[in-house]
Design a protein around this ligand. Structure first.
Ligand code: ATP
Length: 333
């Protein structure tokens, strides 16, 4: 059985079409990440699945049931928001039990589920505190706990880590991945952060302007992007694009080479001047202006000694180069 099936889903706000003919299947137990630039429609798509917005056209099926006219509370979903959306006047435990009480679950079931979630999320020390007395990371764990206790068919996460600092974001990301393994639950996760998408997803859905650009596992999309947009969106630093390429490209086409595939050599097909150096400790990013006037990035393992102003030559294996045609579709590697 599939967890979710979207068929020809469209969504317009007045004249403005935000989602255009979305078709997607989420299998049971899958962790699916919607990723794309700001305004591409990720949150709207999640809200259509949750029932917080109605699809203008198409069907939304959760499990075997078409839910287009089913209200959010009856869809068997639980949603976790960036803003946590906790009740400030209730304790952690009460925030987690409230939904179950409203569902009129028996007290024993409530206790069992809440205790299990508290343990799983390492929240035992905080159950009597109010949200204002917790850190951002702890608040987000409570919000996740509140979703877990509902035992939903489908978890929906809307940018849940955006309010956390970088270190906490990474820890919480790992916790969410562990939670997914423990619960074997179906999860959909919205983010604009390609690192979160790459590290969490079984399946990434890349959206642009309300359309799906490509669906696949992180490595499928990284190694075989269908087009220049996907190639440029996944990977950090981003793929370099050369119009005046050192290899032949179709008319008005583009050559793409990832920063980690460029090597500094004595005589290379690309020549340029180093404009900026970023030493990250483990590796170094060189920002270079090519002799053809095109800026690009080179990622060097370790602490590179190249300085700003240096003239360098670079090359790459042709097997690691991507060729895009005039319409930005990938024609070959
Ligand atoms: P972000 O990462 O910035 O949150 P997003 O990909 O989640 O972006 P959405 O929030 O889904 O994007 O918005 C997609 C588009 O739909 C945007 O152009 C937005 O302005 C528009 N939009 C969203 N909600 C409404 C609404 N209620 N009325 C009109 N337009 C809306």
């Amino acid at each position: 059985m599939t967890a979710l099936q979207l068929t020809n889903v469209c969504k317009s706000f007045g004249e403005f079409e935000v989602l255009k003919d979305i078709n997607l299947t989420v299998e049971n137990g899958e962790f699916v990440v919607f990723v794309g630039p700001s305004g591409c429609g990720k949150s709207t798509l999640l809200r259509v699945i949750a029932g917080l917005e109605d699809a203008t056209k198409g069907t939304v099926a959760i499990g075997d049931e078409v839910v287009n006219i089913v209200p959010p509370a009856k869809r068997g979903i639980a949603m976790v928001f960036q803003s946590y959306a906790l009740y400030p006047h209730l304790s952690v435990r009460d925030n987690m039990t409230l939904g179950l009480k409203q569902e009129k679950q028996p007290a024993a079931v409530i206790d069992e589920r809440v205790n299990k979630a508290v343990q799983m999320l390492d929240l035992s020390a905080y159950v009597d505190r109010r949200p204002s007395d917790l850190s951002g990371g702890q608040r987000q764990r409570v919000a996740i706990g509140r979703a877990i206790v509902r035992d939903p068919k489908l978890f929906l996460f809307d940018e849940p880590l955006s309010n956390l600092d970088a270190a906490l974001r990474m820890n919480t990301r790992i916790e969410i991945a562990e939670l997914h393994r423990k619960l074997s639950a179906s999860m959909i996760y919205v983010t604009h952060d390609q690192t979160e998408a790459m590290t969490l997803a079984d399946k990434i859905v890349v959206l642009r302007d309300g359309r799906i650009e490509q669906v696949g596992s992180p490595m499928e999309l990284y190694n075989n992007p269908a087009n220049q947009f996907v190639a440029g969106f996944l990977g950090s630093p981003a793929m370099n694009f050369f119009k005046k390429g050192p290899v032949e490209v179709p008319e008005n086409g583009t050559l793409g080479v990832r920063p980690e595939h460029l090597r500094i050599v004595k005589n290379g097909r690309i020549k340029g001047t180093v404009a900026h150096v970023e030493w990250l400790g483990g590796d170094t990013n060189l920002l270079v202006n090519s002799d053809q006037g095109e800026p690009f990035t080179v990622r060097v393992f370790g602490q590179d000694a190249t300085r700003v102003g240096a003239d360098i030559a670079l090359d790459f294996d042709d097997s690691a180069a991507f060729i895009f045609d005039h319409a930005a579709m990938r024609v070959r590697t």
